[in-house]
Design a protein around this ligand. Structure first.
Ligand SMILES: Nc1ncnc2c1ncn2[C@@H]1O[C@H](COP(=O)(O)OP(=O)(O)OP(=O)(O)O)[C@@H](O)[C@H]1O
Length: 631
């Protein structure tokens, strides 16, 4: 059934070819060894067995929880530059042959590989996906009773708005009676404002143990800040006898990381909370839900007590999680074209808000639980960053080009066709970072220095190479040294920003936390690394005690999720390799643009920018089907 270079493929020939592909960088050592081990374990080293194992493992390293056999290129299933390998069968025959492999079983069998419909999974991942789907479906269908005065409270929470349809109000009305609510929207669309009002409405009807989390420490700190700001605004804006100032004040504002909530035990990589020791809470709010991967969502749902409400907040258009799955995007998949409320739900919304919506679904899937906020209150409708983000998100290249042509002051383009572009980016970074370094020289407060540093960031599409994090960090370090702003002759020097790369629970430092090495007051020779924590306090850590870390003048777009900067400069490589190019898609560009509050600069080529906006990252996953099409 498998042919290699025009001849029937033997096991030995395929093993030799896998080795060759590994040496050529077409295949990782992990994928090859996984296949060889599985073959040995099942005493089956047939070419089909080896190939399926290699492909499923490679899918996982590319963040796809499964392999969709119907989408496999039979003429070049490995997708190598030269199509040496071919599957000589049509899709139904392939499906039958895969189902017959000893290592492959159906979901209720105890086999390492599971074939479910057209999808081949590692058993673990099929388990994650089916459990997540089952729990979300069950929660989605669970109605909860609402406060007798919900309509009046909604009226008080949303004094007549300017918008024809107030989607924030509809979101709160929708969520009021549901165990599961998903609120998505781009930056500044009012997700936090909406959820604060929702929490207020719910806590007015019963006393709830509310917990708030985000996937990273940085995102948790931002959530905390946003909720605080939102509470403050409500205190000033709301003026109704139905809502007391005390009720607003008593809303929680502390947020933690998901790992911390679940009680991650670093020693044994287990979590303290699970089905047999569930979390003690009545309502869980998860912000930046697009960053939550499939295994984590499974753990979270497993630890959630049966009665608890779950609210997921996020931006479905952002980059998906660093690990397998695209849970939020899959949850939102069925409502990409707009809301999908059933007749029951539109009637309920009308009863609570007076807004009449046309029902759009007979079998709504998760439609009745989804709320999408579209109007950005942060970016003026006609401002450049918002326009560019929207055009990129729509994948509309004419619109993207038109936005650039309008020459908005907020948007700058540095042509990346020659080395002048890179030099211009480094120059921009040098002048932006000189602000915090000057403040350090003037012995400003550490908090002020950190705030100034956080005004600007270079974001890179990738980690390696001249245009990646490593190269740009080196170039900026050299430029700042030449300008006399830093003295990087030693590893630890005053002014060096660092990003933490692993969690250290004893120090309270988490993967992605960013700090700066600063001289200790009164002793210029001693350095401490300063971090701003979620409560606004500054944490000081001896440089020698830092867990794994790297310099952070530039960081990847992936790592920037959950953060915002006044000004962002994005670096795209001028000549990406095909595999690099496949990683630079619409979500990456959109995420980078939406990290910027008032200025976005892009170093790149128009061809790459355009190609990237055309490419939507699809993750092979059965979750959307399970949530939207299955019973
Ligand atoms: N309905 C509204 N009318 C006017 N301003 C609003 C409205 N909703 C939110 N805002 C303002 O828009 C800004 C962003 O709101 P909010 O923080 O709730 O959005 P968000 O979607 O959570 O943003 P982020 O993407 O930063 O998390 C805030 O300054 C808020 O006051």
């Amino acid at each position: 059934m498998i042919e290699l270079s025009g001849k029937p493929c033997s096991s030995d020939a395929l093993k030799a070819q896998l080795k060759l592909w590994q040496s050529q960088g077409e295949l990782s050592a992990l994928d090859r060894h996984f296949a060889l081990q599985m073959a040995e374990l099942h005493s089956d080293d047939s070419p089909l067995m080896l190939l399926m194992c290699v492909l499923v493992s490679r899918q996982l390293s590319r963040q796809h929880p499964c392999l969709d056999l119907s989408a496999l290129m039979l003429g070049n299933p490995m997708g190598t530059r030269q199509a040496q390998l071919r599957i000589l069968a049509d899709y139904p025959a392939l499906l039958g042959a895969v189902a017959n492999l000893d290592a492959v079983g159906s979901p209720d069998e105890n086999k390492p590989l599971i074939l479910e419909g057209k999808r081949l999974y590692l058993k673990r991942y099929q388990g994650f996906e089916s459990r997540v789907a089952a729990r979300l479906n069950a929660m989605a269908g669970t109605e909860l009773s609402t406060h007798a005065h919900t309509a009046a409270l909604l009226e008080a929470l949303f004094p007549v708005g300017k918008e024809a349809i107030d989607w924030q109000k509809i979101a709160v009305a929708t969520a009021a009676g549901k165990q599961l609510t998903v609120i998505t929207g781009g930056p500044g669309t009012g997700k936090t404002t909406t959820v604060t009002k929702l929490l207020l409405l719910l806590s007015l009807s019963s006393s709830l143990n509310i917990r708030m989390v985000a996937p990273t420490g940085k995102a948790a700190a931002r959530l905390s800040e946003s909720i605080k700001a939102s509470k403050q605004r409500l205190t000033q804006e709301l003026n109704s006898p139905l809502i007391s100032q005390d009720a607003i004040a008593s809303l929680p504002e502390d947020a933690s990381t998901l790992h911390r909530l679940l009680g991650f035990q670093p020693g044994n990589h287990k979590f303290r909370h699970h089905r047999d020791n569930p979390l003690d809470l009545d309502l869980l709010l998860v912000d930046e839900a697009s960053m939550v991967d499939l295994p984590m969502m499974d753990r979270l749902l497993d630890a959630l007590p049966g009665h608890a409400r779950l609210i997921l907040l996020g931006d479905q258009d952002q980059l998906a999680s660093v690990e397998a799955g695209a849970v939020l995007a899959d949850i939102c998949e069925g409502a990409r074209q707009g809301y999908r409320y059933s007749a029951v739900q539109t009637a309920r919304i009308e009863g609570l808000t007076g807004t009449k919506l046309a029902p759009r679904a007979d079998a709504p899937g998760l439609g009745d639980n989804l709320c999408r906020l579209l109007h950005s209150h942060r970016f003026a409708e006609d401002a450049g960053i918002g326009q560019l983000a929207m055009a990129v998100n729509e994948g509309d290249k004419e619109k993207v080009a038109a936005v650039w042509q309008k020459n908005y002051a907020e948007l700058s383009w540095i042509p990346g066709d020659n080395s002048d572009g890179l030099a211009a980016l480094v120059q921009l970074a040098k002048s932006a970072y000189s602000e915090y370094l000057q403040a350090m020289k003037q012995q400003a407060e550490p908090k002020t220095i950190l705030q100034k540093y956080n005004e600007f960031r270079v974001l890179c599409a990738m980690k390696n190479g001249e245009y990646g994090v490593d190269g740009i960090n080196r170039a900026i370090t050299a430029a700042l040294a030449r300008a006399g702003l830093i003295e990087p002759s030693q590893e630890f020097y005053a002014g060096r920003p660092v990003m933490i790369q692993s969690n250290d629970y004893s120090l309270g430092l988490f993967n992605g936390d960013i700090g700066i090495l600063l001289p200790v007051e009164g002793d210029n020779q001693r350095l401490m690394t300063h971090f701003i924590q979620s409560d606004g306090q500054v944490l000081k850590v001896l440089p020698a005690r830092l867990p794994g870390h790297e310099t952070c003048y530039a960081m990847t777009v992936h790592k920037s999720q959950g953060s915002e900067f006044a000004s962002v400069a994005l670096s795209l490589p001028p000549q990406p390799t095909p595999s690099q190019q496949s990683l630079i898609g619409r979500e990456l560009i959109y995420t980078a643009i939406t990290r910027a509050k008032s200025k976005f600069t892009c170093l790149g080529t128009e061809a790459l920018f355009e190609a990237a906006t055309q490419r939507r990252t699809e993750r092979a996953s059965g979750l959307a089907d399970r949530l939207w099409h299955e019973d």
